[in-house]
Ligand binder design. Structure first.
Ligand code: MN
Length: 248
């Protein structure tokens, strides 16, 4: 199983969740919300090939943490994976839009300068703007829109641009999320939990609950669950090969 967007460091017991992921043979991309969380979070993946850590600066924290951009720059050579980054256009974060775009543009420019990175992107109520910046910084790397919730028009634009998508149990629990998932090209889809932020029935989703998403995707794709999971594994191999990190 693949969880391409989780926040291992934010579970109450990160080491325990990490151990359970390894035990289950799960491949996880553990994203961070601040550059200062990188050191401690990447330590969780130090002795296992199954867990990768993303270097991020979450748009909701852009204003408070833009002083960590220098730290971001110094850590960038250490990883192929960037996240969580992006923009958040929800009304409570709208007043911080300038800091958000400043941070996002900085990150995209730096990623482009080092030849591109695999990027896990937040685009809540900002999918059009995220796509505008991805177009402006073509060459920043391979974009994965995590928990995409934008319009069908923006989805079609993202597909045309070559974006990837990570889909989790919380996203497909809604009718809208399900219809977006059904429209995404199956060769560009990965699974995610977004735990512990994302919840199911009032409880934080665990990385191995991507199983629920695999079940739903198998129905959408008219495949068996085993075939759907194989499809997602193939997709990850393709993404890594395209991004020049095959074997990493
Ligand atoms: Mn997240």
């Amino acid at each position: 199983m693949i969880d391409f967007h989780c926040h291992l460091d934010l579970y109450p017991n990160p080491q325990g969740v990490r151990d359970e992921c390894v035990k289950r043979g799960l491949y996880a991309l553990s994203v961070t919300t601040t550059p200062s969380a990188w050191k401690r979070t990447s330590a969780l993946s130090a002795d296992t090939p199954c867990i990768r850590t993303g270097l991020g600066l979450h748009p909701q924290l852009a204003q408070e943490r833009q002083n960590e951009l220098a730290l971001f720059d110094s850590l960038l050579p250490e990883t192929h994976y960037i996240g969580e980054i992006g923009l958040d256009g929800a009304v409570e974060f709208r007043s911080r839009w300038r800091s958000q775009t400043l941070v996002f543009e900085h990150v995209l420019a730096k990623c482009r300068a080092v030849g591109g990175r695999i990027m896990s992107l937040h685009s809540r109520r900002a999918s059009g703007a995220v796509l505008d910046y991805l177009e402006k910084y073509t060459g920043a790397g391979s974009p994965i829109l995590h928990w995409f919730s934008g319009s069908l028009r923006d989805l079609d634009r993202a597909i045309k641009f070559g974006c990837w998508f990570s889909i989790g149990p919380a996203m497909i629990a809604s009718k809208k999320g399900l219809s977006l998932a059904a429209r995404m090209p199956r060769e560009h889809v990965l699974t995610e939990s977004d735990g512990p932020f994302a919840q199911l029935n009032g409880r934080a989703i665990m990385p191995w609950q991507v199983e629920n998403a695999i079940q739903v995707l198998s129905q959408i794709w008219s495949l068996s669950p085993v075939e759907a999971e194989q499809n997602i594994h193939r997709n990850l191999q393709t993404l890594l090969a395209e991004s020049g990190v095959a074997g990493d």
